[in-house]
Design a protein around this ligand. Sequence first.
Ligand code: ADP
Length: 256
Amino acid sequence: MTTGHELLPPPAAVTEADLLRQQLIQAQRLSSVGELASSVAHEFNNILTAVINFAKIGMKAQTPASQQQAFEKILKGGQRAAAIVHTMLGFARNNSVTRETTEIVPLVEEVLLLTEKDLGKHRILVEKKFHGRPKAVVVPGQIEQILVNLVINARQAMSNGGRLRVEVGENPAGDTVEVKITDTGTGIAPEHLRQIFEPFFTTKAPDEYGRGGTGLGLSVCRQIIEAHHGRIRVESVVGKGSTFTVKLPKQLPEDR
Ligand code: ADP
């Protein structure tokens, strides 16, 4: 059975609540940074190993052509490492709450850059489908935060590997950008569908270090999306997988 649940727009918020909400969003972001840190550090180490090896090869190279080839590999490794560090720092530090008209595909690409190593390690194949380069009015760092969360959740639902499909496009009316994240994981029981957006709802049992789910990821995603006048929708089939669709307005309601 496929079940769906769509959230309604937010009620007006008070200032102190706004402040607490910001702090919660920031705390949740730091927890995602922690999730990403170990796989990013491993990837960085792999790049460094390649850079060192190609430097050694280049130093011993007999011909200018093979030296050039080694330099090119070193450059490529350095550029990839720089992109990863830049994206990670941007993600960790970005506390901005300013909305800007933003291309959504590059945000998705940055999130995949940070998570692809981790996904590969868990034998998860990533499929991307981008329909054009749609723009929405968003706080870029917050949208990345949502996407990191959805990707990490999807990965955790596919403990035996699987496929992650990320699709970006516009809705048929052309007023909303939609990001769809589909996994082939466990799926979500119909009776849990409403609860998953509630703070502290988690089905993730603590591991041997006592680390389980916090149940804050989706509730923070919901808060961020509501503040953007967007929507989040989930469809899920137990045993087959889930699709989370994030809908972001191309214009603010007051500008329409
Ligand atoms: P946490 O990840 O800490 O448990 P979340 O708020 O991110 O907190 O998620 C709440 C719950 O929603 C999860 O514990 C899990 O039961 C369910 N869930 C979220 N995403 C998925 C998914 N892609 N597949 C299966 N279950 C999911």
